[in-house]
Write a new protein. Structure first.
Lengths: 137, 93
């Protein structure tokens, strides 16, 4: 089944993402949710701004999911990333992986979020109390 | 020939625009566009050294030859400062 890939300015809906990949053949679902933290490297973060190269990001996420399917036989995947301004505590990214058995779901979810963070063209600007900068990761 | 540059994140802020069309010689490489941009926007120097390049939505090496209408984007580090490895299957295209 085609993975669900979403890049949006709107708040992410974890429950809807989980529901979108749930069916009777799966034995486990692992959800990773990334949220905006109020501090980074000793700075007090006020909010974050995410920027994206949308066409390429979607293509790269699709390639990561294809690799996860090959390695772990993942059954269904949903990946959603929010862009624009995000406040402290808001969800920036959700990865949902469903597999027949749990071990593969954990491994595949970890692989997808780790690879996404290092290779998908989505950038984060930290706006802190003492200035702002584009940061890595 | 003409190529289509798009700018994101720090590139957008330094160039002050989302995109521009550049006219370059036939057979121009990614590395040559990199140099050209640095003459237009010297403030890109630091971030450029740490950036990868994508042509038509896929990562490419610097010696890649460009063609009419190509979309070229320099990709500043997105996480952990790791640039995509050429050997890694995800980045072949």
């Amino acid at each position: 089944m085609e993975p669900l890939i979403q890049i949006t300015h709107e708040p992410l809906d974890r429950e809807a993402l989980v529901a979108s990949i749930t069916h009777s053949g799966i034995g486990g679902i692992v959800v990773f949710e990334g949220v905006v933290r109020d501090n980074a490297r000793g700075k007090q973060v006020r909010y974050l701004e995410y920027d994206v190269y949308p066409e390429m990001a979607i293509q790269q996420i699709r390639a990561i999911i294809t690799e996860a399917e090959k390695r772990w036989g993942v059954d269904r995947v949903a990946v959603a990333h929010r862009i624009g301004r995000l406040e402290i505590g808001e969800t920036s990214v959700v990865v949902v992986v469903a597999t027949p058995h749990r071990a593969e779901a954990f491994d595949a979810c970890r692989y997808i979020i780790d690879t996404l963070k290092t290779t998908v063209p989505i950038w984060k600007k930290e706006v802190a109390t003492n200035g702002e900068e584009w940061v890595e990761g | 020939m003409k190529i289509h540059m798009r700018y994101f994140a720090s590139f957008r802020e330094i160039t002050g625009q989302n995109e521009e069309i550049l006219t370059v010689y036939e057979g121009t490489s990614v590395a040559e566009v990199r140099s050209l941009l640095l003459t237009h926007y010297p403030r890109l120097q630091t971030i450029m050294e740490r950036s990868a390049c994508a042509v038509n939505h896929g990562y490419v090496p610097a010696d890649t030859t460009l063609h009419e209408g190509d979309e070229v984007v320099f990709i500043p580090p997105v996480g952990g400062g790791t640039l995509p490895s050429q050997e890694y299957p995800l980045w072949s295209h």
